[in-house]
Each structure stands twice: as C-alpha cells, then as structure tokens.
Write a protein of this length. Structure first.
Length: 179
C-alpha cells in the first residue's frame, strides 16, 4: 500500500510538470503554476520521506524518481523559455537535457561493465537538482509578481546551475572512463 502511494507521488510529479508547462505556454495563471510547482516539490519530498521511513524503496521507484525530477525541470525550463522568449533558458535547458542523456548512457555502460559506483548519484548532483528547482521557483515568482528583477536573479542562478550540471557530468565521465 505504501509503495503505491510513493509511486503515485512520483508519477504525479510528471503530470504536474505537464500542467505547469501548459500554464506557462498559455501565459496564464502564474499563481496556480506556483501552487502546482509547490505540490510537485512536496511530492518529491514526500516520496523520499515515505520510502525512507517505511523502508519501502523499490527498483521502480529508484528509476522513476530521478526521471520525474528531470521531466519536471525540463518541462518547466522549456515552458519558461517559451513564455519569456528566452534564448538563454532554452539553450541552457538543451545543455541540461544533453548532459542527462549522456549520464544515462554512462550509467548504462557502467551497469554493463559492473561499475555502477562510477555514476552513483553524488551529493553535488543533489545540490544541482535543488538549485535548478530553486531557480525555477524564482522564475515563477517573478512571473507571478511581474518582477523582472527576479527574472534576472533567476538567470544568474540558472547559469550557476549550468556550471554545476556540467561539472557533475564531467565527474561522472571521468569516473566512468578511468576504469
């Protein structure tokens, strides 16, 4: 029962990403977009909390959780790029998705070569995801309050998250190819 709840929370994050994307593309109801984004963040926290508390981790959950995070981040970055007509957000979103595909390929390679530790999620990679989500929150708040200064601040955080994203990709690549 608890495993179903955990998987529901994880999968709901993917549907929330789609809903927020639609709100951004339609340039409407930014307050609802922030509320849905908050719910998505809570689902991320709660699925992990319940999995740890009830020792209810599963292979499916371990696969779905990072995918749900990536779907949320990428849908929102591309929705923001469209909404704000921002080449910067679109370009960085493209680099982020390219890195994610690359790291997925490295994980597959390492699984085949019995070297899973080379691409085990690092603390810095978790920080990367946190900064990406924080950045998206700043963008949404800037849109909801019509405060362009927040958009500029979010752009700065997006560049910081890009640098961390590239560095963690480099770390995974180096660890994978050194074996």
């Amino acid at each position: 029962m608890i495993q179903r709840l955990i998987n529901f929370l994880t999968i709901s994050r993917m549907f929330l990403a789609l809903m927020i994307y639609c709100l951004l593309v339609l340039q409407t109801n930014y307050i609802l977009a922030i509320c849905l984004f908050f719910l998505a963040g809570m689902s991320d926290y709660l699925d992990g909390f319940f999995a740890r508390k009830y020792n209810a981790t599963s292979q499916l959950g371990e696969i779905l959780d990072p995918i749900a995070d990536k779907i949320l981040i990428l849908f929102l970055l591309f929705g923001l790029a469209i909404n704000l007509s921002s080449i910067l957000i679109g370009f960085i979103g493209s680099i982020i998705i390219s890195r994610e595909i690359w790291v997925s390929a490295l994980r597959d390679l390492n699984a085949r070569n019995n070297n899973k530790n080379a691409t085990k999620v690092t603390y810095l990679a978790k920080i990367k995801t946190t900064i990406q989500l924080f950045t998206i929150g700043i963008y949404l708040l800037g849109l909801a309050t019509n405060t362009m200064l927040l958009i500029v601040i979010a752009d700065i955080f997006l560049i910081i998250s890009l640098l961390i994203t590239l560095y963690t990709g480099y770390q995974y690549t180096k660890a994978s190819l050194n074996n």
